[in-house]
Design a protein around this ligand. Structure first.
Ligand code: SER
Length: 916
């Protein structure tokens, strides 16, 4: 059975049991309400996106759902290349939110695993684990396997909370949140027959850790709400103290079946890389050079496996909106790409960029199910190419830097772990390469020190918390709510900026600001836009009976709009009494109008960029505020002045056309995509979406607020174009009043500049040109005069013996030229030496409060033992400086120009001493 068939079979089985298909969550862990789970780097399990459903904070349309979730787990990255570990995998899962529970979940699992129409696995090759206290799960398995002729005591084992509670270990350790026991299913993958006869838990544990029992499925029975508090609020690492574990209002099921692992079992394979989904990828790696073959050697196979795993993770990360960078998700992606490139280069001998070529293998294998791969082809290929090129450059620079470090060490000594880590962290230079090169010089590397530095860096980028942090939340301030508080806030601010709402939630921290108390309030309905999709949150005021709340930001958490504010009371009202009161909520309308202008302009900008630069341009981030807008987009190189000008012109043409902006509030996603609507790269959308359309020019999926007609934007002006990250450019622009103020400011500057050159703005350019011309003429005149003076003095000295002293076989010419241009003085010195080979010339020039000494020795003087570097060093010492150089020529600086004469005068005696 192919991976594709298995995926489909699973979905069809659970559809036949009343489940609905639900799309995979994005790899960036957004939940179903669109909130980003800050506690996680990646989506690593099917349940992550459903957390609000388990907690009852949001309701699914159907209580039975199934997904095939794209997952990334990088905790075991070092193991990748063996038979079972992957960093990217697909997890199939069936979910019940307050519908069926343990008994039904286990019955479904049994039927799917052993049913003749489904996987038809041999029951003798299956075993199960349950939580040690879960008698019910034990009994359920007993119910199914005994009639199949299997002794339950030899196939069902009770284990502890570290393996059989979800989140792992949460029975005693927390974190707070929904949790429950789980039951895992294993398949006998050993080459010999599965064990028969007496078989104890110890036997089972031994075989499991030897990799003979392969875990394929995990059913979690979410039942409790773990309650506890941090043992030590100042040291969260000390963990939680359990307060209790009451039952949740409803029970749920979360299951996870590893698609690739199950495919190994069904195909009777030894390794995960033998399953069909990896074949096109391995073939495309073979195709890179035409000389390597999978199966040739252990070392090469392992390199190919690592490349095959990492390419999948990389392209799904990129198609999910993650780009290589130096922290968080981007850092993980960068490491994966670099690790794969390194294997290709050093083990397989791929000396040209190859990683983007392997992408075609992934498209062959998975492109029909994951259409985003083709849709994002341009960005994926470009990102892989750029990152590989950058890394290959890094490798050659890094080798140079490492060489410098090694040059300072003797053979037999050790390179500091910190140095190895710095090479890795700052330059991306991998440890294994450092070890290899150091070894060639007979130097070892302090790997422990490296690991220590690495661990610290990893903690900074929050890796390795995938299991622990599934529900954790920061400890909160006091939150008050009316009993009938709706779960989410109704936003009515698209068409207006004020209206009535009732305070249904409050957070109070007790912080005061002068006479005002800081609060966060949530209304049942609000005209305030909460920060989202780049558009900043609204400011404004809420007026109630006896109090006003000045709102200084609005943001949303799980669909609740929170207004951050300061409350002023004109009557004695306890804060608690504000709950349930109705307020007149008024958004600062002018501020909102400026934001909205910038928002629509951002849409026009994106469309114009795609017109001018190409359709590889994708939004990589945006900020839409009242004063300006910022738009980050994927594009490999800086824009030319001409391109920037074109984009700006197109947006202004659109504004002048005064097109009506049409908003479709509720459209099936397929219809919106059919109309070519731009979706935010990496963002998650439901079945129905909101689309904002500007004539035929721009269509985007967007929840933000926009102008009614484009004319409201006024003037659109790009103020900068720069780099935001590797492969990402940033445009900052202004509209409306900001653009008008910008024009005023430019005009004022022009007028001031014109006044400085006694001209008018209209004649400014020729006037500046005239000033520059006369400055240049003046400079030429001065240089000429100086040159004449330098040469004249030199000639006179030669003849009259002034400033020249005979020292043994050489003559020393020394002169302080004062504030003469250094180039001219040096030229004069050159001329003198050219015609006097026995001459040692030492001169000084002064500029910007510093003195520079230049020494030059003729060929005969050098032959007689004169050394410019040594001479100038001694001379400069007298003027508080130092320097040195070659025997023929050297310069040095001094901090004490007032000592220049004294230093220069010492030149003959210094030469004399040095010649001795
Ligand atoms: N959340 C559980 C796991 O990831 C079951 O889906 O194993």
């Amino acid at each position: 059975m192919t991976v594709r068939d298995l995926r489909e079979k699973y979905l069809r089985f659970f559809e036949s049991k009343g489940h609905f298909r639900f799309p995979s969550g994005s790899l960036i862990p957004y939940d179903v309400t669109g909130r980003l789970d800050e506690s996680l780097l990646f989506n690593g399990a099917g349940m992550i996106q459903f957390k609000p459903y388990f907690r009852g904070l949001a309701q699914p349309e159907n209580k039975r759902l199934i997904t095939v979730q794209k997952c990334v787990r990088t905790g075991d990255i070092e193991e990748v290349g063996d038979d079972t570990h992957l960093t990217f995998f697909e997890m199939m899962g069936n979910f019940s939110f307050g519908d069926y529970f343990k008994s039904q979940a286990i019955a479904y699992s049994w039927e799917f695993l052993t049913g003749a129409d489904w996987l038809a696995l041999d029951p003798k090759r299956l075993s199960f684990s349950v939580f040690e206290e879960d008698d019910e799960a034990y009994a359920e398995w007993d119910f199914w396997i005994t009639p199949a002729g299997i002794d339950t005591a030899t196939r069902v084992f009770r284990l502890g909370e570290d393996t059989n509670y979800w989140p792992a270990g949460s029975f005693s350790k927390g974190p707070p949140g929904p949790c429950g026991p789980n039951s895992e299913m294993f398949y006998w993958g050993g080459s010999e027959e599965p064990p028969s006869g007496p078989y104890t838990k110890e036997d089972w544990l031994r075989d499991e850790s030897a990799g003979k029992w392969l875990e394929i499925w995990n059913d979690v029975f979410i039942q409790f709400d773990w309650e506890g508090h941090l043992r030590n609020p100042d040291r969260p690492a000390d963990g939680y103290q359990k307060d209790g574990m009451p039952e949740l209002p409803f029970r749920s099921v979360d299951t996870g079946m590893g698609l690739e692992r199950t495919a190994i079992v069904l195909g009777g394979h030894k390794s995960i890389y033998d399953i069909d989904v990896f074949q096109p990828i391995l073939r495309s790696i073979e195709g890179v050079s035409g000389t390597v073959r999978y199966g040739d050697s252990f070392e090469k196979d392992q390199a190919m496996r690592i490349i095959a795993d990492h390419i999948r993770t990389s392209v799904f990360c990129i198609s999910g909106g993650i780009l290589p960078s130096n922290n968080g998700r981007g850092y993980v992606l960068r490491r994966l790409i670099r690790r794969a490139v390194l294997k290709g280069q050093r083990v397989l001998g791929f000396d040209k960029p190859f990683f983007h070529i392997v992408f075609d293998g992934v498209v062959d294998a998975m492109g029909s199910h994951y259409t985003e791969l083709e849709e994002q082809r341009e960005v994926i290929v470009k990102t892989l190419q750029d990152e590989e090129a950058l890394f290959r450059k890094t490798l050659s620079t890094g080798s140079g830097l490492l060489q410098t470090e090694l040059d300072g060490l003797d053979a037999g000594s050790t390179l500091l772990g910190e140095t190895a880590f710095r090479l890795y962290d700052t330059f991306g230079f991998p440890l294994e390469v450092t070890i290899e090169i150091a070894d060639e010089a007979g130097i070892s590397v302090d790997v422990d020190g490296y690991e220590k530095a690495l661990k610290e860096a990893q903690e900074r980028s929050r890796g390795g918390q995938e299991r622990e942090a599934v529900y954790s939340q920061k400890a909160d301030v006091t939150e008050l709510a009316v009993t009938d508080a709706p779960l989410t806030t109704e936003f009515f601010g698209y068409e207006c900026t004020s209206g009535a709402g009732r305070i249904v939630r409050m957070q109070v921290s007790g912080e005061e600001n002068g006479s005002a108390t800081k609060v966060k309030v949530a209304l049942d309905r609000t005209p305030f836009y909460a920060e989202s999709g780049g558009q900043t949150g609204d400011h404004g005021i809420m007026i109630g009976d006896g109090f006003t709340i000045k709102v200084i930001n609005t943001h949303k958490v799980s669909g609740v709009f929170w207004h951050d504010g300061e409350i002023q009371r004109t009557k004695e009202i306890p804060l608690q009494a504000l709950l349930g009161q109705t307020v007149d909520a008024q958004v600062l309308a002018e501020r909102r109008a400026s934001i909205v202008r910038n928002h629509t302009a951002t849409h026009l900008l994106q469309a114009a960029l795609r017109q001018v630069l190409g359709t590889h341009v994708n939004q990589a981030g945006s900020y839409v505020g009242p004063d300006n807008l910022r738009f980050d987009f994927t594009h490999g190189k800086g824009m030319s002045q001409e391109e920037v000008g074109k984009v700006e012109r197109i947006v202004n043409e659109q504004a002048l056309a005064n097109t009506a902006v049409q908003v479709y509030a509720d459209l099936p996603i397929a219809e919106a995509k059919g109309k070519g609507a731009m979706a935010l790269f990496g963002e998650k959308y439901g079945d129905r979406v909101r689309m904002v359309e500007v004539g035929d020019f721009s269509r985007e999926l967007c929840g933000g607020v926009h102008v009614r007609t484009t004319g409201e934007i006024g003037l659109f002006k790009i103020v900068s174009e720069s780099s935001a990250a590797s492969g990402v450019r940033r445009i900052e622009a202004i509209t409306g009043e900001s653009a008008y103020n910008w024009v005023l400011e430019q005009t004022r500057r022009l007028r001031e500049a014109a006044e400085l050159v006694k001209s008018s703005p209209a004649d400014l350019v020729p006037a500046v040109q005239k000033t520059l011309d006369s400055l240049r003429d003046e400079k030429r005149r001065r240089e000429k005069a100086e040159m004449a003076a330098v040469s004249g003095r030199g000639a006179a000295a030669d003849e009259e013996g002034n400033d020249v002293e005979q020292v043994g076989a050489v003559r020393v010419w020394f002169k302080n030229f004062g504030e003469v241009d250094q180039k001219i003085a040096a030229q004069g010195l050159d001329n003198r030496i050219a015609s006097n080979p026995d001459l040692v010339g030492v001169i000084a020039v002064v500029a910007d409060g510093k003195v520079t000494f230049i020494c030059k020795c003729g060929s005969a003087a050098v032959a007689a033992g004169a050394h410019a570097g040594n001479i100038v060093r001694e001379v400069a010492k007298i003027a508080g400086g130092g320097g040195g150089g070659r025997p023929e020529f050297a310069t040095a600086g001094g901090k004490l120009p007032e000592k220049a004469n004294e230093a220069i005068a010492a030149a003959p005696s210094i030469v004399k001493d040095l010649l001795k």
